[in-house]
Design a protein around this ligand. Structure first.
Ligand code: TPP
Ligand code: MG
Length: 553
């Protein structure tokens, strides 16, 4: 049967299990989505169209692929605006599928902005559908890239969506995605080092979550009795109430990074200075780097031992060899857990104290402490914004399940938390979904709040309202940073709860510490009936949190 390209693409998306597509108009595939009954989540700008689909892929660890469409072609205004979202997805390695109009034959070179070369800088793979018959082939390649290897965004540009082809000539079958297991010799060498180490440390990244390997990580950590830190993006890959969990950041993490002699890095790019730790005095340590591909091996640091393969298969292989070598007994290393516990206790004391503080304006840590009280941490979703909410939450928020908290941002693009909370609600409708933001993130979100009302997305935006960009406040970042771009209108000047209330959100403005829990409960309650909520907590500026460890230069 002869069909047009747009219809062919949409039918393939359905075969691939895609249940909805986020968009900002217009893309010529959209009408086929409408005709074929695939719901579109219409955002209010192109960047958010990408960001919601990106976040959906992250939150489901790529088991359900987020798909978006935006405007391209010669008049690529949408794509130019979407570029920020694409760049962020690329930077963070998110397997999102972006579909856009391609420059039609005969029009290349007609615009200043070159669609293909721009998109290639922010994608794992860019496909240009130059012949209608190639629709199944390019879709197969797209899903192969999305489901195999190192995750990253894929872009498909369709220059002529109305061109037709015979759907039966090359029938489409869903792509399973493939994984590779590491070389057994590399695994044995890694285990030798691990068992020889005096102070080994496991450094886990988001690859563990994409591989669905959290249980395997825990099993290995327990078998070798080794403390675990996770990256910001992997927060939740290891249960944070586990006795071997050190943290994401803070003095205790610095202590273990400094003291380690062998670092087993798994599923992380080990990229320092990107909202991540450096490895201090790396040449004096032995780095075992397990990664899905070679891109990150020997990057920034010398890799002593590489284990290249899927994180789950690598963890299983490591465990098997450790078991063999130790007759199943694992590594006996004294009471590691007690040491980890004491170190955490000491480092977190200063935060625990402010998490119960009655001071006014409210200390932001009090809001986080109360949020933990109110939420079922095994059945909820929280994410941060760029700024202090990232730094503070990643220091103290206890994450008990993978993606109970989404840490994001190798570079952290303001406004992503709203997209993440929306995607979490789409992925897990039964879970409470909370975005915690400062004023800067809120500014980015404002135009998109209408989407929550229209789509009846019951999520809560928690605003740590402190009247400024606290990280840029006087003195905090020391010489070289200045206080001149710090102040914005604060809660004394504008009542954001009234502004957002007028849109139709359930809103509250909370000044009393004792009112935090009741206000959060009311917000989560209205969320249950599909109504979004915005709670403004009048907070002090408190730019205090665990630091990232440098490289020790
Ligand atoms: C798109 C983008 N531009 C610029 C930045 C740099 N930036 C990071 S945090 C921040 C301000 C944060 O202030 P606020 O939201 O009030 O949070 P606070 O730190 O006060 O809690 C800025 C400008 C960024 N992360 N993303
Ligand atoms: Mg602020």
């Amino acid at each position: 049967m002869t069909i047009d390209v747009a219809t062919g693409i949409v039918r393939i998306l359905k075969e691939e299990g895609v249940g909805w597509v986020s968009t900002f108009p217009v893309c010529r595939v959209n009408n086929a989505l409408g005709r074929e009954g695939v719901p579109m989540l219409m955002m209010r700008d192109d960047r958010y169209a990408v960001a919601v689909a990106d976040a959906f892929s992250r939150i489901t660890a790529g088991s359900r692929i987020g798909v978006c469409t935006f405007q391209g072609g010669v008049n690529a205004a949408g794509m130019q605006y979407a570029y920020a979202g694409m760049a962020q997805a690329y930077e963070d390695g998110s397997p999102v599928l972006c579909i856009t109009d391609g420059v039609p034959a005969g029009s290349s070179g007609n615009s200043q902005y070159d669609v293909a070369s721009a998109m290639k800088t922010v994608s794992k793979w860019f496909g240009y559908l130059d012949k209608p018959e190639r629709t199944p082939e390019l879709m197969r390649r797209a899903f192969t890239m999305l489901r195999s290897g190192r995750p990253g965004p894929v872009i498909l540009a369709i220059p002529n969506a109305t061109a037709t082809y015979d759907e039966t000539a090359d029938p489409y079958h869903p792509v399973k995605g493939w994984k590779s297991a590491p070389d057994p010799a590399d695994v044995r060498a890694a285990v030798d080092q691990l068992l020889l180490a005096q102070n080994p440390l496991i450094y886990a990244g988001e690859g563990v979550i994409y591989a669905g390997a959290s249980d395997d990580l825990r099993a290995l950590a327990e078998l070798v009795n080794v403390p675990v830190i996770t990256t910001l993006k992997a927060k939740g890959a290891f249960p944070e109430n586990h006795p071997l969990f050190v943290g994401v950041r803070g003095d205790q993490v610095a202590h273990y990074l400094n003291k380690s002699d062998v670092i087993l890095a798994i599923g992380t790019s080990l990229s320092p200075d990107r909202f991540s730790h450096g490895i201090p005095d790396a040449p004096q340590k032995t780095i075992i780097h397990c990664n899905v591909d070679e891109l990150h091996i020997n990057k920034m640091y010398p890799t002593a031992y590489a284990v290249i393969g899927d994180a789950r298969l690598s963890l299983q292989a490591l465990r098997e060899i450790v078991s063999d070598r130790t007759s199943g007994a694992g590594r006996n290393a004294g009471n590691v857990a007690a040491e980890v516990g004491a170190s955490r206790h000491e480092a977190l004391a200063r935060y625990k104290q402010v998490m119960v503080s009655d001071e006014k304006p409210i200390n932001p840590y009090r809001v986080y402490g109360d949020l933990m009280e109110v939420l079922d941490l095994k059945n909820s979703f929280v994410t941060h914004e760029s700024g202090n909410t990232r730094d503070q939450l990643s220091t103290v928020f206890d994450t008990l399940i993978p993606r109970g908290f989404l840490g994001w941002g190798n570079v952290s693009t303001l406004g992503f938390s709203l997209a993440a909370a929306i995607a979490a609600k789409k992925a897990f409708p039964e879970r409470a979904s909370v975005a915690v933001t400062g004023e800067a993130g809120l500014g980015y979100m404002l135009g998109n709040l209408e989407v929550l009302l229209r789509e009846k997305l019951g999520i809560t935006v928690v605003h740590i309202s402190n009247g400024g960009f606290a990280g840029y406040g006087p003195g905090f970042w020391g010489p070289g940073h200045d206080p001149f771009t710090h102040r914005v209108l604060g809660p004394d000047d504008v009542d954001m709860s009234k502004v957002i209330g007028a849109l139709g959100f359930h809103t509250e403005r909370v000044k009393e510490p004792g009112e935090i829990i009741p206000a959060l409960r009311r917000a989560l309650d209205v969320n249950n009936s599909g109504r979004p909520a915005y709670i403004e907590f009048i907070c002090c500026q408190y730019p205090v949190y665990g630091q990232w460890v440098g490289r020790g230069e």
